[in-house]
Design a protein around this ligand. Structure first.
Ligand code: LLP
Length: 463
């Protein structure tokens, strides 16, 4: 996670010891385009709009808390990734970041493929008409039922994550009279510079098969002997919210080394490599993410160079961005409730949601930005912590930020860059009703995932 620690004056001495906020921005009414979806702007009245619609109107119509997703931004980002990687590569959107049937249709329209990691995601994808051959099935512990279904519907690839799974998928495919296209997920031993819980390429964790000690080479050996499997390539995903391309370069280099070893031992060149997702986005003005074309060029160059050095034909590359596509396209809109100034510390601003709609702050110490969006204000900045309404002191949405000191109950505030891993990780803690996702485009807003109701809660509670 990114960190920024700048002194904000002696009055905030206590806050400084545990917080990591920047000095107040010069203009609290300004919206940094780095963190907001592309069509977000302020109109002459000072209200923030998305897709041409004022947030005040959206709040009236759809209530708060709610996620508002800028559909044209989402589609533009899909196109940017598809164009950057071109015809010789494949972009798989990682559905775990956020998936709904509308999203699947947008992906299909824009020519992207889809990575799913559960039966539920697979159902959503198929129901919305994603062709099975454009789906990759992931997971470290796919159930037999999930594997049977994935093979039966004909997913384009299953990414194998363990020795047991190599045997299991081969067995099931054979029993179904099929030969399943597979990749083997390897851990390349890279220490990704991100939070421990979202780093996945070091060896001491649950995903993949280590390149170290010849394990991945052994996995390839086994996969090649099994009739139910068609081994098409090697997969590596090094973690999430990564800005530094160095980790991807090491990963690409090590995967290509494995391809060369496979060629030397078995006389075959595996045709594909997948370098996973994990590209970071801007949650605050401090973050500087790479553009898809820079990422595509960096990865393409390294793979081409390494393959030339090893005398291999360049394999087809695929990538699996989730956050980098959907993350920046949505914000969460909250209504301000109680405001509690703590003398000498900061002001606690409570909103009508919290860790049930955004667990990332509590779970990863993630940083977010926040702005007053229902009006402008010329009041002095005040240091705030935006907290939810849950019975837990760790229920923090934005740890340290500045909002105008005339903030009042009933104001609307919005947290940008909540498109990824917020609705998809939402919970019913305290029997909260999970918020809706509303897609906004060209002056029209429509619910793509509706708000949960108390009837929904009671329907699951069968007494
Ligand atoms: N491919 C594989 C195999 C993955 O495991 C993941 C994410 C992705 C692609 C997409 O990564 P992205 O581009 O979205 O970073 N809940 C955490 C992130 C967990 C990511 C899990 N795997 C968070 O909120 O930061």
């Amino acid at each position: 996670m990114s960190r920024s620690a700048h002194p904000a004056g002696p009055r905030h001495a206590d806050a400084m010891t545990e917080g990591h906020y920047t000095a107040p921005p010069a203009d609290l009414n300004a919206l940094d385009e780095k963190v907001w979806a592309r069509t977000v702007t302020r109109n002459e009245d000072g209200a923030v709009t998305v897709g041409g619609i004022e947030v005040t109107r959206l709040a009236e119509e759809f209530g708060t808390p709610a996620y508002f997703l800028d559909e044209s931004d989402f589609r533009a980002r899909c196109r940017a990734w598809a164009d950057a990687f071109g015809r010789d590569a494949d972009v798989f959107y990682a559905g775990k970041a956020f998936l709904s049937r509308a999203v699947v249709r947008w992906l299909k329209d824009e020519g992207l493929n889809l990575d799913v990691c559960s039966g539920g995601e697979l159902t959503t994808a198929l129901d919305a008409g994603m062709p099975a051959e454009r789906i990759a099935f992931h997971g470290n512990n796919k159930t037999v039922a999930e594997i049977e279904r994935a093979i039966t519907v004909g997913v384009g690839r299953i990414v194998l994550d363990s020795f047991q799974e190599i045997a299991r998928v081969a067995h099931i495919a054979q029993a179904l009279g099929k030969r399943q296209r597979v990749q083997i997920r390897v851990t390349v031993g890279v220490e990704a510079h991100t939070h421990e819980f979202i780093a996945t390429a070091h060896e001491d964790q649950k995903f993949g098969i280590a390149l170290a000690g010849g394990q991945a080479a052994e996995a390839v050996r086994r996969a090649l002997t099994l009739d139910g499997l068609e081994l098409i390539g090697i997969h590596s995903h090094i973690g999430s919210q990564i800005f530094d391309m160095a980790g991807f370069e090491v990963s690409a280099r090590r995967v290509v080394q494995l391809l060369a070893e496979v060629r030397d031992e078995h006389g075959i060149e595996l045709p594909e490599i997948d370098l996973g997702g994990g590209l970071g986005i801007a949650y605050t003005s401090e973050d500087d993410p790479r553009e898809p074309h820079e990422i595509a060029k960096a990865l393409g160059d390294i793979v081409t160079r390494e393959c030339e050095a090893a005398g291999l034909a360049t394999p087809r590359i695929s990538v699996e961005p989730g956050r980098a596509i959907v993350g920046p396209t949505a914000f969460t809109l909250y209504e301000v409730g109680t405001i509690k100034p703590l003398e000498g510390l900061r002001t606690y601003v409570s909103v009508d949601g919290g860790m049930s709609d955004n667990i990332r702050t509590a779970l990863y110490d993630a940083e977010y930005s926040v702005a007053l969006v229902s009006r402008t204000s010329d009041a002095e900045p005040m240091l705030v912590r935006v907290v939810g309404k849950h019975c837990e002191s760790g229920d923090i949405v934005v740890k340290d930020a500045f909002l105008p000191s005339d903030l009042a109950p009933g104001d609307l505030i919005a947290v940008p860059a909540t498109g990824a891993y917020c609705r998809s990780m939402a919970s019913n803690y305290n029997h909260a009703l999970r918020p809706p996702v509303v897609a906004v485009r060209d002056g029209e807003a429509r619910v793509i995932v509706r708000r949960e109701t108390e009837e929904d809660l009671l329907r699951l509670d069968v007494g």
